[in-house]
Write a protein that binds this ligand. Sequence first.
Ligand code: G3D
Ligand code: MG
Length: 199
Amino acid sequence: MFGLVSGFIDWYFAKTEVNILVLGLDNAGKTTFLEQTKLLHKGGGEGNSVHVPLDSILPTVGLNLGRVQTMGCDVTIWDLGGQQALRSIWDKYFADAHCIVFMVDSTDTERFAEAATTLRKVLAHAGARGVPALVLANKQDMPMASALAPMEALFEMDRVRELGRAAHLMPLCARDGAGVNEALAWALDTVRSSSQKSS
Ligand code: G3D
Ligand code: MG
């Protein structure tokens, strides 16, 4: 009897585990997003690296990992290096990803085409099939940041949705944290509702 009751209690309070994979070109703001998330959800989780001050983030070689507990979920965030040479390892992480966040530097219009091609390749990969995709238009604090409408068009968000994937584009300022919680909320709500549909 006790086993049954404690099993029910464990089940009732169990947190949904969600893995978020953060991809995008180098310098887009992926590591800043990770560190800002850890900062906003202080305490984080086991395995968190020490918080890095936002003004001392170095280019990522390999990956950074963060764990936070928020909105009833245990969230693990994988921040992978974005340089061309490091993109070849991204697909190793697709199988465990519940949501792909694709970070874009909204001020770097010269690299929009490269970013759009990179996103298209990620979403076309068999291992990423059906995984919700959240494109974050980062650095919206900068006066030269692109508006969202042209980015929606360039990143073909309608087409991505038409192909049957949950997908969304949201504004972000990772440096001051504006939009971080909204992004997490979209990712976690979408993962939760898609896992309810499939169960
Ligand atoms: P990456 O991990 O995608 O390679 P980083 O990118 O997180 O290392 O960030 C690259 C640079 O962009 C950093 O500047 C960082 O401070 C800046 N950045 C990240 N997010 C924002 C933002 O929302 N607004 C602005 N204005 N800058 C941002 P440095 O100067 O350290 O290279
Ligand atoms: Mg980085």
